[in-house]
Design a protein around this ligand. Sequence first.
Ligand SMILES: [Ca+2]
Length: 342
Amino acid sequence: MTRINSKEEWQFVKDLLEENKNDHHRVWLGGSDADLEGTWVWTDGTPVTFSDWLTGRPYSSDSTRNCILTYFGYSWRWYDSICSDHRWAVCKIPAMPLITSPAPTCPPVTTSPTTTTCPSCPTCPPVTTSPSTTTRPSCPTCPPVNTIPSTTTCPPAPTCPPVITFPSTTTCPPAPTCPPVITCPTTKTCPPAPTCPPVTTCPTIPGQCSKNGNFYDINTGYCYKYKVLKDSLRNWYGARTQCITEGGDLASIKSRKEWDVVKGLLQANGVVLVWLGGRDEDVEGTWVWTDGSPVISDYWNPGRPSRLTNLNCLLANSGMSAYGWFDVPCSYLYYTVCKIRE
Ligand SMILES: [Ca+2]
C-alpha cells in the first residue's frame, strides 16, 4: 500500500486521486496504528513522518479507527477510519530501476578569460633606438569564448592560434635606422629687427646751440657759452687771464642779440659791475675787443667813453643804468664774464 514520504509525493498522489475522484471518493493509504494505539506506521513498519491529517484527526485513544483513509470531501485530508470498511485503495509499486547513464564527461571547460588568455608576448630586450618606430611582436588574437550551455553538450574548447614564442634573449629584428634626433633650439626665434632708417646727425641749425642759453654767432658760425665768475673780484687783466684759463676770453659783444643774451645772464647771476673784453689802452679812443676787432656799440652810458687816458677798460654797470658801458681804470676790481666757444 501507499506510503507517503514527503509533501511532494503526497501532492503527486493527490493529483492522481483527483483525476479519479468520480469513481473513488475514499481511498486507503498504507498507514495504521493497529499494533499500538496512537503510533502510526506504514505497512513496511516505518513511522509516519509526513502526514496531512484532517483537523482533529486521528482521534486519540480510538482503538476502532486504526487505518488512514483520505477523502475527496475533505480535500483529500487524512483521517483514521475503521480498517474493515470497504474502500478503494491506492497502491505504490516500485517501478523499474532507473538506469542512470553517467553524465557525459566533458573536457574541462575553460571559462574565459583564464584558459583562453593567450600567452603573453615575450619581453624583448630593450630597444636602444627610437621607440616610436620599433615594433614588438603583437599577441595573437584569440577567438571569442562561448559560454557553456547547461549540461549536455560541451562546446569545443576554443582553439587558439599558435603562439609564437620567442626565446628569452632571442635577437630581435634589427632596429630600424631612425632619423637623427633633431634637437629643438631652446631659444625662440626672434622676429627680425625692424629696419630703422639710418641715423643721421642733425646739422647744426643756425641760431640754435646745443645748450640752452648759449649763443650762436651767425658771423663766426660758432656757438658760444658765457660764464660769470663770482668767485673773486679781479682787475681787467686778471679777469682776462682767468677766462683764458676757462678756455675762452673776456666776453666780447658783437651784436645786439648777443648783448641781450649776456645781459640776461648777468641779471640771472645778480652781478652789478662786470668786466667785458673791450679796451682802448693801445690807442686812446680806439676801442677793440681782445681779438682785435673794433668795439661797435650804442650801449655806452651817456657821456661815455670819456677821453680820459686812465679809463681804458670796458665795464658793464647796472648800478647806474641797465648795464650801460663805462670806461674805467683797468686796475679796478670787478666780477668777470667769460665767452667760451663750444
Ligand atoms: Ca681811454
